[in-house]
Ligand binder design. Structure first.
Ligand code: PRT
Ligand code: MG
Length: 230
């Protein structure tokens, strides 16, 4: 995006959210929402709607000045960087792909943990000098194989990466793995460990200044909740 366009959007978002008294927190549905709830509760924030049953994208909470926006996991950094949300929770996998230094990342929440892995067919014979890698984590994969000094062709997919080796689209995949059941069910095995992944609290840079007292208080309370879980 050209800098001027980004600046315009930023200014717009600031006008709507950063200037308001509301603290907006961006989350994705699913595991992140579920695992963030107890942390928010420790900070005194309790949503009034359940995103699994409600169609609302903006959820009210028990606090008049705190709202949650429920969006795609990969959109959370964008909402927070541009000030459409003051804070957010997102996986380190997503943050690494998003890149840049437009966000603060004050806390490792130690939730939604998984491992970024290279995986492939158990008995697959491949020409390692020109492997094809299917992934939605293009930047992560590029960086990893470059660091290994290995030339690869990256094929961007948006989901169901596990299918790619089965149908001959790729030799290997790069994806996050939790229990390993999905790999196993598709005849794949984990091969190389790229990184450990957990979710992070991220904060908009302007909000950190303009709403400092409340943002700082929520960061401290959430940090306390993370620490108490051990
Ligand atoms: O699903 P959607 O396209 O909306 O977005 P998303 O997939 O990014 O969101 P979501 O909620 O699925 O994941 C949000 C975050 O949770 C990710 O960004 C990760 O940081 C974290 N996380 C933790 C995981 C997993 N564990 C995980 N197991 N994200 C995805 N998976 C998937 C994985 O891609 C594979 O398909 O689950 C499958 C493997 O699970 P196991 O247990 O069979 O190994
Ligand atoms: Mg998913």
């Amino acid at each position: 995006m050209p800098k001027s366009a980004a600046y315009r959007i930023n200014t717009l978002a600031i006008a709507k959210n950063n200037m308001s008294a509301t603290i907006t927190i961006a989350l994705s549905k699913g595991r992140i929402f579920k695992e963030t709830l107890p942390l928010l509760e420790h900070a005194g924030i309790i949503p009034l709607d359940d995103p699994t049953t409600s169609r609302k994208l903006i959820l009210d909470t028990n606090l008049d000045d705190v709202k949650l926006v429920v969006i795609r996991a990969s959109d959370v950094p964008t909402f927070v960087e541009y000030g459409a949300a003051d804070m957010g929770v997102t996986g380190k996998d997503v943050l690494v792909e998003y890149g840049g230094d437009g966000l603060y990342e004050p806390l490792d929440l130690k939730i939604a943990r998984c491992r970024m892995m290279v995986a492939g067919p158990k008995d697959g014979v491949v020409d390692e000098s020109r492997m094809r890698i299917a992934t939605k984590y293009v930047e992560t994969a590029k960086r990893y194989f470059a660091a290994q000094g290995q030339q690869v062709e990256i094929i961007k997919l948006y989901g169901a990466m596990e299918l790619a080796p089965i149908v001959g689209l790729a030799d290997r995949i790069v994806d996050v793995v939790d229990t390993g059941n999905t790999l196993k069910a598709n005849g794949l095995v984990a091969m190389d460990h790229i990184a450990d992944v957990s979710s992070r609290l991220i904060v908009n840079k302007a909000s950190m200044k303009m709403k400092h007292e409340r943002v700082k208080r929520y960061i401290d309370l959430i940090a306390e909740a993370v620490a108490s879980k051990g």
